[in-house]
Design a protein around this ligand. Sequence first.
Ligand code: MSP
Length: 513
Amino acid sequence: MDKTYYITTPIYYPSAKPHMGHAYSSIIADFFARFKMIDDYHVNFLTGTDEHGLKIQRSAEKAGMEPQIFCDQISQTFRDLSDTLNLSNTDFIRTTEARHKKTVQHLWNELEKNDDIYLSNYAGWYSVSDEAFYNDDEIEEVDGKKIAISSKSPVEWIEEESYFFRLSKWEKPLLDYYEANPDFIYPESRKNEVISFVKGGLKDLSVSRKSFSWGIPVPNNKNHVIYVWLDALTNYLSALNYPNTDDDLFKKFWPASIHLIGKDILRFHAVYWPAFLLAAKIDLPNRVYGHGWILSGDEKMSKSKGNILDPLEIIKEYGLDPLRYYLIKEVSFGNDGNISQERLEDCINSDLANNYGNLCQRVTTFAIKNCNGKIPFEVKFNDEDLLILNKYKNNLDNIRKQIDNQNINFYIDYIVNSLFEANKYFNDQEPWKKKANIIRLNTIVYTTLEIVRKISFLLYPIIPKSSLKALKIFDIKEKDIKLDTVSNNDYLTKGNNINKIDILFKKIEKNND
Ligand code: MSP
């Protein structure tokens, strides 16, 4: 059986251009997708834009544009960002596409058929910015304005005819499901939040709006549009051509391996979405992971706060791979993190330029001079060589396990330690003093080159372009990167040419004023 992996990012609101928070979700998802790719999985990696609802309709009105044209423009900036971030996504879905509308209306019909939807009236608070309904106890008043306590977004009172989803009916089945599937919600702290929210009692959920039109019409009642979250969540299925359950994509990739999302949208993914799926008798995704926020100062970024960090500016200044590396290393995954220019420059100078870049340059320059520019032929490993080489093999299954638990920090720490050890090995072995013992010199070079190869394979999911640049030393191409071979201590073909490569990372001159 082929191993398959289906990972999704949230689909982003094209209400304004992308910011660092969006880039973060996408880069992390790309990291997992690429890791699984080199581990021989068939990977489906979905991202896209969430284009309906009042938030988008109002943003379009403000821009003086038709919502569709407005979405076309901003959705394109998200698509462009996917390219700029070098994402390996296999699809990019837009909720205004016909393939998606079909799936959403089908799902609606299924819910209605199973008596999970009824018509009534809604009266309550709504935040357009969150596209969320709030109870009285979730609202506070600040400076005479009502806002949602959790997000601080303004809320407005709405009263209108609305279809409801019988969410209350799914309270017990959801709690049973969380209990029987302790790995469904990650990390643990978020799981506890969700469980206590559900235990607090679920009210039926309003799933249609009548007072505006920018959405997917409710089948058989064109006066209503489907609630944007029911619409949006369904993207994970429509991209697999559901309801065509005979479709290869659906058969191969559903249930999703992981929905990667920000912590602010956990309730939608860990309560509403599984309830919709249970009601429609569709399998639930294996995991929902709620990551933290990238803060600007101490606050979440938002247009209204004017504290947006632009990923494009950082990429222009420092390059893409340093940004990817920074976000993966410096944010403790699951928690909130900050972008600090100083820490970013430290990552570039010490980890990327010194520890990785220098190692690659030193060993290749040495080998070009002292081994005829070829991977040495005569090699005889001693215990010290084998100790450092075998560590990779001995840790590989644990690395896989840690990645399956989204333990990104373990992974990056492992690489940082390996780089430190590799540099120490090369220094301590002093190959430049072994010119009289050519077999020993060859063996040190071979061992170090093998380590450079192994580490470059492991770095590929984090900094794919730089890893490929380094692998030019051996003429190794992207398709040849296989995680399994990290266990192999004589992967490099003896006698092959060693190529000189360009500097991988330029050091940043630090201005200490
Ligand atoms: N459209 C919904 C998601 C629908 S998924 C079926 C949405 N869009 S969003 O554009 O507002 O946010 C998308 C994702 O970006 C969310 O996971 C959110 O948590 C994440 N981020 C937005 N700002 C963020 C930070 N400052 N930091 C990290 N991620 C944050 O919600």
